[in-house]
Design a protein. Structure first.
Length: 342
Protein backbone atom coordinates (compact mmCIF):
# COMPACT_ATOMS: atom_id res chain seq x y z
CA UNK A 1 0.00 0.00 0.00
CA UNK A 2 1.44 3.33 -0.99
CA UNK A 3 1.49 6.03 1.64
CA UNK A 4 -0.35 9.23 0.91
CA UNK A 5 1.53 12.12 -0.67
CA UNK A 6 2.25 14.49 2.20
CA UNK A 7 4.24 17.19 0.43
CA UNK A 8 4.77 18.58 -3.02
CA UNK A 9 7.21 16.96 -5.42
CA UNK A 10 10.83 17.82 -4.91
CA UNK A 11 10.96 17.58 -1.12
CA UNK A 12 12.34 14.21 -0.17
CA UNK A 13 12.26 12.01 2.89
CA UNK A 14 14.94 12.91 5.38
CA UNK A 15 15.65 10.82 8.46
CA UNK A 16 16.21 12.85 11.63
CA UNK A 17 19.71 12.47 12.97
CA UNK A 18 21.90 15.18 14.46
CA UNK A 19 21.19 17.82 17.10
CA UNK A 20 19.86 21.24 16.03
CA UNK A 21 21.93 24.36 15.56
CA UNK A 22 21.58 27.13 18.15
CA UNK A 23 21.05 30.74 17.07
CA UNK A 24 22.88 32.68 19.73
CA UNK A 25 20.95 34.70 22.30
CA UNK A 26 17.78 35.17 20.25
CA UNK A 27 16.14 32.05 21.74
CA UNK A 28 15.73 30.58 18.24
CA UNK A 29 16.63 27.06 17.20
CA UNK A 30 16.81 26.06 13.54
CA UNK A 31 16.01 22.49 12.48
CA UNK A 32 17.24 21.49 9.03
CA UNK A 33 17.12 18.20 7.10
CA UNK A 34 19.23 15.72 9.03
CA UNK A 35 18.36 17.37 12.35
CA UNK A 36 15.73 16.28 14.87
CA UNK A 37 12.75 18.41 15.89
CA UNK A 38 12.62 16.56 19.20
CA UNK A 39 16.28 17.41 19.86
CA UNK A 40 15.39 21.06 19.38
CA UNK A 41 12.52 20.73 21.86
CA UNK A 42 14.86 19.10 24.35
CA UNK A 43 17.33 21.98 23.94
CA UNK A 44 14.75 24.62 24.93
CA UNK A 45 15.74 25.94 28.37
CA UNK A 46 12.88 28.24 29.28
CA UNK A 47 9.74 30.03 28.07
CA UNK A 48 9.43 32.02 24.88
CA UNK A 49 11.67 30.06 22.52
CA UNK A 50 11.06 29.56 18.80
CA UNK A 51 11.89 26.44 16.81
CA UNK A 52 12.11 27.05 13.05
CA UNK A 53 11.67 23.90 10.95
CA UNK A 54 13.20 24.18 7.49
CA UNK A 55 11.71 22.45 4.42
CA UNK A 56 12.00 18.67 4.54
CA UNK A 57 10.33 15.60 5.98
CA UNK A 58 11.12 14.69 9.58
CA UNK A 59 10.04 11.14 10.39
CA UNK A 60 9.92 11.15 14.16
CA UNK A 61 7.68 11.48 17.18
CA UNK A 62 7.72 14.91 18.83
CA UNK A 63 6.64 15.45 22.44
CA UNK A 64 6.62 18.88 24.11
CA UNK A 65 6.44 18.74 27.92
CA UNK A 66 4.57 21.22 30.08
CA UNK A 67 7.72 23.05 31.18
CA UNK A 68 8.40 24.33 27.61
CA UNK A 69 5.85 27.13 28.00
CA UNK A 70 5.15 29.81 25.39
CA UNK A 71 7.02 27.82 22.74
CA UNK A 72 6.56 28.52 19.02
CA UNK A 73 7.18 25.77 16.46
CA UNK A 74 6.92 27.07 12.92
CA UNK A 75 7.92 26.33 9.39
CA UNK A 76 10.70 28.38 7.85
CA UNK A 77 8.41 29.23 4.93
CA UNK A 78 4.70 30.04 4.81
CA UNK A 79 3.73 26.99 2.76
CA UNK A 80 2.73 24.31 5.32
CA UNK A 81 3.50 21.55 2.80
CA UNK A 82 7.20 22.37 2.86
CA UNK A 83 8.03 21.09 6.35
CA UNK A 84 6.41 17.80 7.40
CA UNK A 85 6.62 15.99 10.74
CA UNK A 86 5.27 12.48 10.29
CA UNK A 87 5.27 9.06 11.96
CA UNK A 88 3.16 5.91 11.82
CA UNK A 89 2.11 4.57 15.22
CA UNK A 90 -1.46 3.45 15.92
CA UNK A 91 -3.39 2.68 19.08
CA UNK A 92 -2.71 -1.04 18.61
CA UNK A 93 0.93 -0.78 17.54
CA UNK A 94 3.12 -2.81 19.95
CA UNK A 95 5.75 -0.78 21.78
CA UNK A 96 9.33 -1.84 21.06
CA UNK A 97 9.97 -2.62 24.73
CA UNK A 98 7.13 -5.15 24.86
CA UNK A 99 5.20 -3.19 27.50
CA UNK A 100 1.97 -3.15 25.51
CA UNK A 101 0.54 -0.96 22.78
CA UNK A 102 0.69 2.80 22.36
CA UNK A 103 -2.99 3.55 22.93
CA UNK A 104 -4.81 6.37 21.21
CA UNK A 105 -3.05 9.36 22.79
CA UNK A 106 0.29 7.56 22.69
CA UNK A 107 0.00 7.02 18.94
CA UNK A 108 0.33 10.75 18.23
CA UNK A 109 3.08 12.00 15.97
CA UNK A 110 3.03 15.39 17.73
CA UNK A 111 2.06 15.83 21.39
CA UNK A 112 2.16 18.96 23.51
CA UNK A 113 1.27 19.66 27.14
CA UNK A 114 2.89 23.11 27.09
CA UNK A 115 0.74 26.17 27.87
CA UNK A 116 0.93 28.98 25.36
CA UNK A 117 2.08 26.80 22.48
CA UNK A 118 1.97 28.23 18.95
CA UNK A 119 2.35 26.00 15.87
CA UNK A 120 2.23 27.46 12.39
CA UNK A 121 3.13 26.80 8.75
CA UNK A 122 3.72 23.05 9.19
CA UNK A 123 2.26 19.68 8.30
CA UNK A 124 1.72 17.20 11.15
CA UNK A 125 0.79 13.74 9.91
CA UNK A 126 0.28 10.14 10.90
CA UNK A 127 0.53 7.95 7.80
CA UNK A 128 -0.37 4.63 9.45
CA UNK A 129 -2.81 2.75 7.21
CA UNK A 130 -5.34 0.11 8.19
CA UNK A 131 -4.76 -1.85 4.99
CA UNK A 132 -1.10 -2.34 5.88
CA UNK A 133 -1.93 -3.78 9.32
CA UNK A 134 -4.98 -6.07 9.12
CA UNK A 135 -3.92 -7.72 12.38
CA UNK A 136 -4.31 -4.51 14.40
CA UNK A 137 -7.79 -3.64 15.63
CA UNK A 138 -6.87 -0.45 17.48
CA UNK A 139 -6.83 1.67 14.35
CA UNK A 140 -6.81 5.14 15.91
CA UNK A 141 -3.67 6.90 14.66
CA UNK A 142 -3.34 10.49 15.86
CA UNK A 143 -1.47 13.25 14.04
CA UNK A 144 -1.55 15.77 16.92
CA UNK A 145 -2.57 15.46 20.56
CA UNK A 146 -2.73 18.87 22.23
CA UNK A 147 -3.07 19.52 25.94
CA UNK A 148 -2.43 22.79 27.70
CA UNK A 149 -4.24 26.10 27.84
CA UNK A 150 -3.78 28.70 25.07
CA UNK A 151 -2.75 26.32 22.30
CA UNK A 152 -2.74 28.14 18.95
CA UNK A 153 -2.42 26.46 15.53
CA UNK A 154 -2.28 28.65 12.43
CA UNK A 155 -1.91 27.54 8.80
CA UNK A 156 -1.22 23.93 9.83
CA UNK A 157 -2.11 20.78 7.88
CA UNK A 158 -3.21 17.88 10.09
CA UNK A 159 -3.35 14.61 8.16
CA UNK A 160 -4.38 11.13 9.29
CA UNK A 161 -7.36 8.80 9.09
CA UNK A 162 -9.02 7.87 12.38
CA UNK A 163 -8.65 10.36 15.26
CA UNK A 164 -6.48 12.89 13.43
CA UNK A 165 -6.65 15.71 15.99
CA UNK A 166 -7.07 15.04 19.73
CA UNK A 167 -7.86 18.33 21.49
CA UNK A 168 -7.57 17.35 25.11
CA UNK A 169 -7.15 19.01 28.51
CA UNK A 170 -4.46 18.73 31.17
CA UNK A 171 -6.97 17.41 33.74
CA UNK A 172 -10.62 16.43 33.99
CA UNK A 173 -11.20 19.64 35.94
CA UNK A 174 -9.46 21.88 33.37
CA UNK A 175 -11.17 23.77 30.54
CA UNK A 176 -8.08 24.33 28.40
CA UNK A 177 -8.59 26.64 25.41
CA UNK A 178 -7.33 25.92 21.90
CA UNK A 179 -7.60 28.00 18.74
CA UNK A 180 -7.15 26.77 15.17
CA UNK A 181 -7.12 29.26 12.32
CA UNK A 182 -6.88 28.56 8.59
CA UNK A 183 -5.92 24.94 9.21
CA UNK A 184 -6.58 21.93 6.98
CA UNK A 185 -7.73 18.89 8.96
CA UNK A 186 -8.53 15.61 7.23
CA UNK A 187 -9.46 12.08 8.20
CA UNK A 188 -12.34 9.64 8.36
CA UNK A 189 -13.56 8.43 11.79
CA UNK A 190 -13.97 10.98 14.63
CA UNK A 191 -11.07 12.92 13.24
CA UNK A 192 -11.56 15.99 15.47
CA UNK A 193 -12.22 14.80 19.00
CA UNK A 194 -11.65 15.56 22.67
CA UNK A 195 -12.77 17.63 25.65
CA UNK A 196 -10.99 20.96 25.18
CA UNK A 197 -12.68 24.28 24.50
CA UNK A 198 -11.66 24.51 20.84
CA UNK A 199 -12.40 27.20 18.27
CA UNK A 200 -11.87 26.44 14.57
CA UNK A 201 -11.96 29.56 12.42
CA UNK A 202 -11.67 29.56 8.62
CA UNK A 203 -10.57 25.92 8.71
CA UNK A 204 -11.17 23.20 6.16
CA UNK A 205 -12.34 19.79 7.35
CA UNK A 206 -11.92 17.17 4.64
CA UNK A 207 -13.40 13.67 4.81
CA UNK A 208 -11.49 10.91 3.02
CA UNK A 209 -12.70 8.17 0.74
CA UNK A 210 -12.82 4.77 2.47
CA UNK A 211 -12.95 1.39 0.75
CA UNK A 212 -15.78 0.05 2.91
CA UNK A 213 -19.25 -1.16 2.05
CA UNK A 214 -21.14 0.65 4.80
CA UNK A 215 -22.27 4.15 5.69
CA UNK A 216 -21.67 6.29 7.49
CA UNK A 217 -18.04 5.94 6.58
CA UNK A 218 -17.12 8.21 9.45
CA UNK A 219 -17.75 11.40 11.39
CA UNK A 220 -15.98 14.74 11.45
CA UNK A 221 -16.40 15.70 15.12
CA UNK A 222 -16.57 13.67 18.33
CA UNK A 223 -16.53 16.11 21.27
CA UNK A 224 -16.34 14.88 24.87
CA UNK A 225 -16.93 18.20 26.65
CA UNK A 226 -17.12 18.18 30.45
CA UNK A 227 -20.62 18.81 31.79
CA UNK A 228 -19.37 21.79 33.81
CA UNK A 229 -17.83 23.43 30.74
CA UNK A 230 -20.30 25.75 28.98
CA UNK A 231 -18.30 25.63 25.73
CA UNK A 232 -16.94 22.76 23.67
CA UNK A 233 -16.16 22.88 19.94
CA UNK A 234 -16.97 25.91 17.79
CA UNK A 235 -16.45 25.80 14.02
CA UNK A 236 -17.03 29.18 12.42
CA UNK A 237 -16.57 30.44 8.86
CA UNK A 238 -15.16 27.07 7.89
CA UNK A 239 -15.65 24.54 5.07
CA UNK A 240 -16.42 20.83 5.20
CA UNK A 241 -15.43 19.06 1.99
CA UNK A 242 -15.21 15.40 1.02
CA UNK A 243 -13.34 12.95 -1.14
CA UNK A 244 -16.13 10.40 -0.66
CA UNK A 245 -19.55 10.09 -2.24
CA UNK A 246 -22.47 12.29 -1.24
CA UNK A 247 -23.97 11.77 2.24
CA UNK A 248 -21.32 9.20 3.19
CA UNK A 249 -20.33 11.03 6.38
CA UNK A 250 -21.97 12.38 9.53
CA UNK A 251 -21.13 15.77 10.92
CA UNK A 252 -20.67 14.50 14.47
CA UNK A 253 -21.37 11.98 17.18
CA UNK A 254 -20.98 12.47 20.94
CA UNK A 255 -18.11 10.80 22.77
CA UNK A 256 -18.80 10.01 26.41
CA UNK A 257 -15.59 8.31 27.62
CA UNK A 258 -15.68 5.43 30.06
CA UNK A 259 -13.44 7.48 32.38
CA UNK A 260 -15.87 10.45 32.39
CA UNK A 261 -19.42 9.23 31.99
CA UNK A 262 -20.78 12.62 33.07
CA UNK A 263 -19.45 14.28 29.89
CA UNK A 264 -21.97 16.40 27.96
CA UNK A 265 -20.52 16.87 24.47
CA UNK A 266 -20.89 20.32 22.93
CA UNK A 267 -20.53 21.33 19.26
CA UNK A 268 -21.61 24.44 17.38
CA UNK A 269 -21.08 24.74 13.63
CA UNK A 270 -22.00 28.18 12.36
CA UNK A 271 -21.62 30.41 9.31
CA UNK A 272 -19.87 27.55 7.53
CA UNK A 273 -20.19 25.80 4.18
CA UNK A 274 -21.06 22.12 4.45
CA UNK A 275 -20.50 20.11 1.30
CA UNK A 276 -22.47 17.16 -0.09
CA UNK A 277 -20.29 14.59 1.69
CA UNK A 278 -22.28 15.20 4.89
CA UNK A 279 -25.68 13.50 5.19
CA UNK A 280 -28.11 16.45 5.22
CA UNK A 281 -31.11 14.43 6.38
CA UNK A 282 -29.46 12.91 9.47
CA UNK A 283 -26.12 14.62 10.09
CA UNK A 284 -25.68 13.27 13.63
CA UNK A 285 -25.45 9.75 15.02
CA UNK A 286 -24.72 7.96 18.28
CA UNK A 287 -21.48 6.45 19.45
CA UNK A 288 -23.35 4.49 22.13
CA UNK A 289 -27.10 4.09 22.39
CA UNK A 290 -26.90 4.96 26.10
CA UNK A 291 -25.87 8.51 25.13
CA UNK A 292 -28.14 9.64 22.28
CA UNK A 293 -27.00 12.65 20.32
CA UNK A 294 -30.36 14.34 20.82
CA UNK A 295 -29.51 14.83 24.52
CA UNK A 296 -26.21 16.54 23.71
CA UNK A 297 -25.34 20.17 23.02
CA UNK A 298 -25.24 19.96 19.21
CA UNK A 299 -26.34 23.11 17.38
CA UNK A 300 -25.95 24.86 14.02
CA UNK A 301 -26.50 28.38 12.79
CA UNK A 302 -26.54 30.09 9.39
CA UNK A 303 -24.72 27.35 7.53
CA UNK A 304 -24.87 26.92 3.76
CA UNK A 305 -24.13 24.29 1.13
CA UNK A 306 -25.81 21.02 0.12
CA UNK A 307 -24.83 19.31 3.36
CA UNK A 308 -26.50 22.05 5.40
CA UNK A 309 -29.99 21.74 3.91
CA UNK A 310 -32.61 21.39 6.66
CA UNK A 311 -35.10 18.79 5.44
CA UNK A 312 -35.90 17.24 8.82
CA UNK A 313 -35.75 20.07 11.40
CA UNK A 314 -35.66 17.72 14.40
CA UNK A 315 -32.43 16.24 13.05
CA UNK A 316 -30.69 19.64 12.82
CA UNK A 317 -31.09 21.69 16.02
CA UNK A 318 -30.47 25.38 15.28
CA UNK A 319 -29.42 28.28 17.47
CA UNK A 320 -31.62 31.33 17.67
CA UNK A 321 -30.02 34.66 16.78
CA UNK A 322 -29.81 35.49 20.47
CA UNK A 323 -28.12 32.21 21.27
CA UNK A 324 -25.72 32.60 18.34
CA UNK A 325 -24.52 35.90 19.80
CA UNK A 326 -23.02 33.92 22.70
CA UNK A 327 -21.29 31.30 20.58
CA UNK A 328 -18.34 33.34 19.35
CA UNK A 329 -14.58 33.01 19.54
CA UNK A 330 -14.45 35.80 22.09
CA UNK A 331 -16.89 34.05 24.42
CA UNK A 332 -15.17 30.68 24.10
CA UNK A 333 -11.62 31.97 24.53
CA UNK A 334 -12.31 34.69 27.11
CA UNK A 335 -9.39 36.95 27.98
CA UNK A 336 -7.09 35.07 25.59
CA UNK A 337 -7.33 36.64 22.12
CA UNK A 338 -4.88 34.99 19.72
CA UNK A 339 -6.98 36.14 16.76
CA UNK A 340 -5.86 39.72 17.44
CA UNK A 341 -2.22 38.88 16.76
CA UNK A 342 -1.07 39.83 13.30
Amino acid sequence: MRRRALISAGVGLVVAASAPAHAGTHRVLHVRPGDSVQAAVDAVTGPGWTIVVHPGTYREVVSIPADKAELTVRGAVRDPRAAVIVHDNANGTPKPDGSGTYGTAGSATFTSAAPGLTVRDLTLANDWLRADHPDITGTQAVAACTYGDRTHFENVRLLAHQDTLFVETTALTAFDRQYFRRCHIEGDVDFVFGRATAVFEECRFHTLQRDVGFTPKGMVFAPSTARANPYGFLAVRSRITSGAEDAAYKLARPWVPSYETTAWPSLVVRNSWIGPGIDPVAPYTNMREAYPWQTMRFREYANSGPGAVISVPDNRPQLTAGEAAVHTRRTYLGDWRPYERR
